[in-house]
Design a binder for this molecule. Structure first.
Ligand code: FAD
Length: 405
C-alpha cells in the first residue's frame, strides 16, 4: 500500500490521516476537504464557541505545521468523481489523485426545513465554523429566538440563547426532548432544566412557514396558525449523509454508504467511516446503523487505519455520546433502542441522575447526567464482548464465528 486518499477533512478524515502516520505508514496521504482552513472540531460550534468560551484557533485539531511535518497533503478542493476502475479521485479543480486505498469520510449535511421562508435572513442551521461565525453575533443580540427541533443541537443552542438573555421557544413534532436518543426519564429532567432557564416548548407541532419582512425573519407560523415572533430562527431537524459521490460511483447505499464489519464498502479498495457510514453494529443487534458522533468517527478512523497497517479486526467499539446544555452534561454509552426496562440512580431534583437501560435483562445503555462515574462504569460494562442470546443463535443466517470478537 503506497497511497491513501481520504475524502472529507472533518473529524473522521483527519483522524485516519493522523493515525496512519502514528502507526508508521510511510506512503502518500492526501486529505481532501472542501471547507476553508485547517480541519476543526464541530461540537463547540453549538455551545462554548457561541458563548465566546473557546476561540476559533482552538477548534483546529492541529496547527498547519503538523501537516507539513507529518507529510499529510491537505488539499482544499471538492472530490467530484471516483473513477473506481482506474483507482483515481477527480477533484473540482480537475486535478486527479490516484489511490491504492480510498477512505470516504464525507460526513452529513443538515436536513433542510423545506418550508416557505427557510432562506430568509436570520434563519440558521449549525454545521460549519462559517455557520457559527455568522450566528454568534446574532445570538448575542437576539430578543426572540425560535428553535425548530429539540434534538441535541437545537437544545444546546436553546440553552446558549437563554443564557444570553433571549426569550426562547422550541417547536418539535415529537412529544419530548431528544426522543430519538434518550429515555423519557432523562427527557423529563432536561425539560425541567430548560424550563427553569426560561425556555418554552411547543410539542407535537409542526411549522408551516417562517414569516419575513424586508427579507428578514420576523416570526414562525405553526400549522395551527399561531405565529411566534422571532428575530432569530435556528433549526436542527437531523442530518442527511453526503452520499452523492459514492452513489455516482455505484457503491452500495443504505441510509448512508453501506459498509461491512471491517468498514469496507462493496469495493475492497474503498472504506467509509464517520457520519456517512452505515455499518453492522454489534451493539444494535447487528443491524446496519449510522452513528453521528465524535467518538464513532474517531473509533472508525482508528479501525480503518489499523486495517490498512495490517491489523484488521471487525469494528465493535461501544458507541457513546455527550451533550452540554447549561450546567448539565449528559453522557450516553450504548444504544438504548429496543430496551424494555430501566433502573434509575441518583435524583432528578439534584440534576445528578442516571438511567440504566436493559433489554431482556441485559444492560444495553447508560445515560448519565452530571454523574461521570456512572458513565465510565457503563463504558467498561458495555465494552465487554456482546453476550450471545438464544434469539440471535436461532437466526437463519447465524454465524458463530462472528461472535468470537
Ligand atoms: P464531518 O466532521 O462533518 O466532516 C466531513 C467533511 O467532509 C466536511 O468538512 C465536508 O465539508 C467534507 N466533504 C463532504 N463531501 C466532500 C467532497 N466531495 N469533497 C471534499 N470534502 C467533502 N458529536 C458528539 O459526539 N458530541 C457533540 O457534542 C457534538 N456536537 C455537535 C455540534 C454541532 C454543531 C455539529 C454540527 C455536530 C456535533 N457533533 C457532536 C457531531 C460530530 O461533530 C460529527 O459526528 C463528526 O464531526 C462526524 O465526523 P465526520 O468526519 O464523519 O464528518
Amino acid at each position: 500500500l503506497s497511497s491513501v486518499v481520504i475524502v472529507g477533512a472533518g473529524q473522521a478524515g483527519f483522524q485516519v490521516a493522523a493515525s496512519l502516520r502514528q502507526g508508521g505508514f510511510a506512503g502518500r496521504i492526501s486529505l481532501v476537504g472542501d471547507e476553508p482552513g485547517l480541519p476543526y472540531q464541530r461540537p463547540p460550534l453549538s455551545k462554548a464557541y457561541l458563548l465566546g468560551k473557546i476561540k476559533a484557533e482552538n477548534l483546529v485539531f492541529r496547527p498547519a505545521a503538523f501537516f507539513d511535518q507529518q507529510q499529510i497533503e491537505l488539499i482544499q478542493d471538492k472530490a467530484v468523481i471516483i473513477d473506481r476502475q482506474n483507482q483515481r479521485v477527480v477533484l473540482e479543480s480537475e486535478k486527479a489523485l490516484e489511490y491504492d486505498h480510498l477512505v470516504l469520510a464525507t460526513g452529513a449535511h443538515n436536513r433542510p426545513l423545506s418550508i416557505p421562508g427557510e432562506h430568509l435572513e436570520g434563519v440558521f442551521g449549525i454545521k460549519t465554523l462559517a455557520d457559527a461565525d455568522a450566528l454568534a453575533p446574532r445570538a448575542k443580540n437576539a430578543k426572540n429566538v425560535v428553535v425548530i427541533g429539540c434534538g441535541f443541537i437545537g437544545l444546546e443552542f436553546a440553552a446558549v440563547a437563554a443564557a444570553q438573555g433571549a426569550s426562547v421557544q422550541v417547536i418539535d413534532r415529537g412529544d419530548r426532548l431528544m426522543a430519538r436518543a434518550i429515555s423519557p426519564q432523562m427527557s423529563e429532567l432536561f425539560l425541567k432544566a430548560h424550563e427553569s432557564w426560561g425556555v418554552k416548548f411547543h410539542f407535537s407541532q409542526a411549522v408551516d412557514q417562517i414569516m419575513g419582512k424586508d427579507g428578514k425573519a420576523v416570526g414562525v407560523e405553526k400549522v395551527n396558525g399561531d405565529v411566534i415572533p422571532a428575530d432569530l430562527v435556528v433549526y436542527g431537524i437531523g442530518v442527511i449523509p453526503n452520499i452523492t459521490l459514492a452513489t455516482e460511483a455505484g457503491l452500495e447505499i443504505e441510509n448512508g454508504i453501506k459498509v461491512d464489519a471491517d468498514l469496507l464498502t462493496n469495493d475492497s479498495h474503498i472504506s467509509a467511516i464517520g457520519d456517512v457510514a452505515c455499518f453492522p453494529c454489534v451493539h444494535n443487534h447487528g443491524e446496519h446503523t449510522r452513528i453521528e458522533s465524535v467518538p464513532n468517527a474517531m473509533d472508525q478512523a482508528r479501525a480503518v487505519s489499523a486495517r490498512l497497517l495490517g491489523k484488521a479486526a471487525p469494528f465493535v467499539a461501544t458507541p457513546w455520546f455527550w451533550t452540554d446544555q447549561g450546567n448539565l452534561k449528559l453522557q450516553i454509552v450504548g444504544l438504548s433502542t429496543g430496551y424494555d426496562s430501566t433502573v434509575t440512580l441518583g435524583s432528578m431534583e439534584s440534576n445528578q441522575f442516571s438511567v440504566l437501560c436493559f433489554r431482556r435483562d441485559h444492560l444495553v445503555a447508560v445515560e448519565s447526567c452530571n454523574r461521570p462515574g456512572d458513565h465510565l462504569a457503563g463504558k467498561k460494562l458495555l465494552s465487554r464482548p456482546p453476550e450471545l442470546t438464544q434469539r440471535e443463535a436461532k437466526e437463519p443466517d447465524f454465524d458463530l464465528k462472528a461472535w468470537e470478537v
